[in-house]
Design a protein around this ligand. Structure first.
Ligand code: CMP
Length: 143
């Protein structure tokens, strides 16, 4: 079954949105396979956002994502990668549809509440960066 990496960013944790956001994915019918609250070390942040290294906002991005705890998760389910991104809404909260996570709770692009893998390749890479294999829990759950 498909897996994705989702991460509630420091702004989402600060604003007490962990329960609200995880609840949306649970109610949708996806299966939580791993989760942890953590402060991301600089080196991990730079690896995670490696594809944005040349962007002018890279420094800001790394500084923000390491500024406080994040809630890192692995979710599992049919088409979970694309569906989670639909549920998150557009990257820039100004463009995110009402009802989506960013549409409901965000205002600025640098503080857009949640990160989600954008492809099977990035999901595999990001899950591997944040979780050891023995942290991914395998159990039965009906959809
Ligand atoms: P995310 O999905 O985590 O992936 C890359 C992040 O870069 C993105 O969410 C935004 O939070 C951030 N980002 C994109 N554009 C900008 C920008 N112009 N300024 C600051 N951060 C940005």
């Amino acid at each position: 079954m498909e897996k994705t990496f989702l991460m509630i960013k420091p702004d989402g944790v600060q604003r007490s949105l962990v329960g609200e956001i995880t609840s949306r994915f649970e109610k949708k019918g996806f299966k939580l396979a791993a989760a942890k609250l953590m402060v991301i070390p600089n080196e991990l942040a730079e690896k995670h956002y490696g594809e944005h290294k040349e962007r002018p906002f890279f420094g800001e991005l790394v500084e923000f994502i390491t500024s406080g705890p994040v809630f890192a998760m692995v979710w599992e389910g049919e088409d979970v990668i694309a569906t989670a991104r639909l549920m998150m809404g557009a990257t820039n909260p100004k463009d995110a549809a009402p009802g989506t996570i960013r549409g409901e709770y965000g205002v600025i692009v640098g503080k857009n509440i949640i990160h989600g893998s954008d492809s099977p390749e990035s999901a595999e890479r990001e899950i591997g960066l944040f979780f050891d294999e023995n942290e991914i829990v395998n159990y039965q759950k009906d959809q």
